[in-house]
Design a protein around this ligand. Structure first.
Ligand code: SF4
Ligand code: SF4
Length: 145
């Protein structure tokens, strides 16, 4: 049977909503202060393999996220969120087009030096814990596709 990716995405959203809400409360204040004027966008120059969102398929092509189901999900997301050859999922004016729960593990786990300076180390630890939980929840849903 062909997977219904619209429904699977809704399932991921519902299953990760608590983790995403806490992540938002931890990171949004810091991000809203430092990101608008940032000249070193994390999405184009991240300290992760194969630089750039467009070249790496939103970093879903990295070793963290490359099961057949994850690759099928990214195919769906590329179409739905209008992935471009130049910017990938990045809207240069507004930031990432993907909601947090649909970003790759690589994207979620990346904290730039400026974020790390402003966040308390306990917040970074909590954020990493939440990101890993989101990944585990997503993986579980995707293994049952
Ligand atoms: S998270 Fe860091 S690198 Fe990314 S846009 Fe914000 S300040 Fe810049
Ligand atoms: S998917 Fe989003 S967060 Fe990840 S590299 Fe692309 S624009 Fe940045």
């Amino acid at each position: 049977m062909k997977a219904n990716w619209g429904q699977i995405v809704k399932k991921i959203e519902a299953a990760t909503k608590d983790e995403v809400a806490i992540l938002k409360s931890l990171l949004d204040t810091v991000n809203s202060k430092i990101c608008p004027k940032c000249k070193e966008c994390c999405c184009t120059d991240a300290d992760v393999p194969s630089k750039g969102c467009s070249k790496s398929g939103g970093y879903y092509d990295s070793y963290y996220d490359s099961t057949p189901e994850e690759l099928a999900l990214i195919k769906y997301l590329k179409k739905k969120y209008e992935f471009t050859k130049k910017y990938g999922f990045l809207n240069p004016e507004k930031g990432c087009k993907l909601p947090r729960y649909l970003r790759s593990h690589t994207c979620l786990i990346y904290f730039c030096g400026k974020e790390k300076k402003l966040l308390r180390s306990t917040d970074v630890t909590m954020a990493i814990y939440l990101v890993n939980r989101i990944r585990a929840i997503k993986k579980q849903i995707l293994t049952n596709v």
